[in-house]
Design a protein around this ligand. Structure first.
Ligand SMILES: Cc1cc2nc3c(=O)[nH]c(=O)nc-3n(C[C@H](O)[C@H](O)[C@H](O)COP(=O)(O)O)c2cc1C
Length: 214
């Protein structure tokens, strides 16, 4: 089969659910909570995986998957290396977007807003809860920098373990960020691509929602 034929075959008709104004919560954080809980109940793999997009100082976007670790009425938290590509981009331009896609539920959520660094105490708490292997990786890895080969990485791990063992503090180049949203969009796949899209925006200090054309 040619690649063109393969693509022709990949065609999914949506239509398991609907998203109507009568069913949604007027608070987008509550609506997120409802959809996130439904996704968790389905035991979806990596249900908290989301695409984070950042923009460089010369306007070039870049995207990668991260894990959402916490959310509440204030924002959506994730943890990473502050010196990474995303860290540098966020330092220059704090605006970013998140996308969740749960294909089993035929749902996508887009979130846009401004990023803040979490305070040291919150980052410490999360860092100290992680298994020692993940803490070590965070501490040794110069995330997004070029390294010579796999051996170099393994050597850095071994040397770090020899020197520090299992008990060490969070390095200050690693920690959390919070995206504080000013826009949400909830997308539900529908038949014939006539999908439901509800966008929430802040107007005069309160959230309003409107339907967008598919
Ligand atoms: C499922 C999945 C989860 C990930 N979770 C994280 C995460 O929580 N934090 C992180 O720094 N990188 C995570 N990564 C790796 C990032 O996608 C990315 O490779 C890394 O953060 C470097 O990105 P940057 O060079 O754009 O800064 C994850 C990747 C995948 C595929």
């Amino acid at each position: 089969m040619t690649m063109k034929e393969e693509f022709k075959r990949i065609r999914h008709e949506y239509g398991k659910k609907e998203l109507l104004e009568s069913d949604i919560n007027s608070n987008p954080f509550e609506q997120f909570k409802i959809w996130f809980s439904e996704a968790v109940e389905q035991n979806l793999p990596d249900v908290n995986a989301m695409c984070l997009s950042t923009v460089s100082s010369n306007g070039r976007p870049s995207s990668r998957i991260l894990l959402l670790k916490e959310f509440d009425e204030n924002g959506f938290c994730f943890f990473t290396n502050y010196n990474s590509k995303k860290g540098k981009e966020l330092e220059n331009n704090p605006f970013a977007s998140l996308v969740f896609f749960w294909p089993e539920l035929e749902r996508q959520i887009r979130i846009e807003g401004k990023i803040e660094m979490l305070n040291a105490k919150k980052s410490d708490t999360y860092f100290n809860e992680r298994p020692v292997g993940s803490r070590t990786a965070a501490a040794i890895s110069p995330q997004s920098k070029v390294i010579a080969n796999r051996d170099e990485l393994d050597k850095m791990v071994m040397e770090f373990i020899e020197k520090h063992g299992e008990n060490f503090a969070r390095p200050d180049f690693w920690g959390g960020y919070k995206l504080v949203p000013d826009l949400f969009e909830f997308w539900q796949g529908r038949k014939n691509r006539l999908n439901d899209r509800i966008e929430y925006k802040i107007e005069k200090n309160s959230w309003i929602h409107r339907r967008l054309a598919p």
